[in-house]
Design a protein around this ligand. Structure first.
Ligand code: CAA
Length: 388
């Protein structure tokens, strides 16, 4: 039975900060951000959005009435969850009106959460071939104003429906994992901003990629030329380029090198426009690659997922015949209609983010054009509503 990705969608804020402006405000050369980091824009997440609303807004695009009846499992990958107990999947089920027979849980291992869900969904669908599984990777990447990580912030959500006989990608059954207890990036329970050892995290990313990629090749007996594209979790898009270069630099095959680099450029386009999505980043990169429509049926894509702390996985997927019909330009057109904010506006919005607190709070949801918003909290309960 073929199992894989049937539908995908993406959502982020209607506001963005041009990276050039951020660089100037931080007394840096804009090319450091644009080329050295590889980011053009950074999503600025309003205080009326959190990982639940971002996920609901992404999933709304692919969960129609038929899906609401059929989905039997909701897997919510996030590392910026809104509650230490209750899962974001339950909020999602309720906001979208998904049938109450569906089960749902939240998955956490830094940016790896959605990939963990993909493997769980594979097993679930193998046992229940009629199943349709809704997965989301939804996060807001926050490091703090003026920090080293600031230029790699961002946020948004990717939603996926997995099923048997999928329309987009058939996921392979082989994968290679690497798990090690390291402190490269973490977020203690009392903090809404991540702590990070930036250089160490970037170095470990490459080490994890090389080791899982080699293990995958060894397991499957495949060579690098089996892959039409290699794509990556993209905390910033230069990170993926560095990882790719680490395995192609010694290749004799110039055509393969050039083609992998070309597909990598296609795969980083959307990430460049948004910034880090944490759990959703690898899948935004996948969406970006599919949107370029430069693949053909049967092409094999290698996917590297990395969640700090750390867990890495390399796996593969094959492009399904006719996939082009299931990726539409309208789906990402909203990115061109976003509004640019100044550095001062970004800082004001950043500071107004609802932190863990006991007092009631009201967000500026009236200004938010998104369908689902967070209106605030009352008696320590979050209030969500579909307003648009
Ligand atoms: N023109 C072009 N390039 C320039 C330049 C210029 N004028 N000036 C500098 N550069 C280049 C540098 O040469 C460097 O390139 P290389 O990495 O290829 O050498 C690049 O710009 C970045 O420069 P720095 O290393 O000096 O940047 P920095 O120290 O200010 O910060 C960072 C970079 C460490 C990534 C920091 O932003 C950070 O800590 N980010 C958060 C952590 C992170 O994203 N880690 C990634 C792996 S962990 C992970 O994947 C999980 C996750 O999602 C967080």
């Amino acid at each position: 039975m073929k199992i894989g990705i049937d539908k995908m969608s993406f959502f982020t804020s209607d506001l963005y900060l041009p990276m050039e402006d951020l660089a100037k405000a931080r007394n840096e050369d804009p090319n450091k951000y644009l080329i050295g980091i590889g980011q053009s824009k950074q999503a600025v997440i309003r205080n009326s959005q959190d990982s639940v609303t971002l996920a609901a807004n992404a999933a709304l695009k692919i969960v129609d009435d038929n899906e609401k009846e059929k989905i039997d499992l909701i897997l919510f990958g996030t590392e910026s969850g809104v509650d230490n107990s209750k899962s974001g999947a339950i909020y999602l089920q309720s906001l979208l009106g998904i049938n109450s027979s569906a089960s749902g849980v939240e998955l956490k291992q830094a940016c790896f959460g959605l990939t963990a869900g993909i493997q769980m969904a594979m097993g679930h669908i193998a046992l229940h071939p009629e199943s349709r599984v809704l997965l989301v990777g939804s996060d807001i990447a926050r490091y703090g104003i003026g920090t080293l990580g600031e230029k790699t912030q961002g946020g948004g959500a990717v939603a996926i429906i997995m099923s048997a006989n999928p329309h987009l990608l058939e996921i392979g059954t082989q994968s290679a994992h690497l798990t090690k207890d390291i402190m490269d990036f973490w977020r203690p329970l009392n903090r809404s901003e991540a702590l990070v050892d930036g250089k160490y995290s970037s170095a470990e990313f490459i080490n994890f990629f090389k080791e899982t990629f080699e293990n995958y090749l060894e397991k499957t007996g495949e060579e690098i030329d089996k892959f039409t594209a290699l794509i990556f979790h993209l905390p910033y898009t230069k990170m993926g380029l560095k990882a790719l270069r680490s395995v192609i630099e010694d290749l004799d095959n110039d055509d393969l090198k050039e083609s992998l680099l070309e597909h990598f450029e296609e795969s980083r386009y959307l990430n460049r426009e948004v910034g880090n999505l944490y759990t959703g980043s690898l899948y935004l990169s996948l969406l970006s690659l599919l949107h370029a429509r430069n693949l053909k049926a049967g092409d094999q894509i290698g996917l590297f997922s990395y969640g700090s702390g750390a867990e890495g996985e390399f796996y593969s997927a094959k492009v399904v015949e006719g996939y082009e019909k299931y990726v539409t330009d309208e789906e990402i057109a909203f990115l061109d209609q976003r509004t640019s904010v100044s550095v001062a506006e970004y800082e004001q919005i950043y500071r107004s983010f609802m932190r863990p607190q006991t007092a009631d709070y009201r967000t500026e949801f009236e200004n938010d054009p998104a369908p689902f918003v967070l209106k605030g909290q009352q008696q320590q309960q979050r209030i969500y509503e579909k307003v648009n």
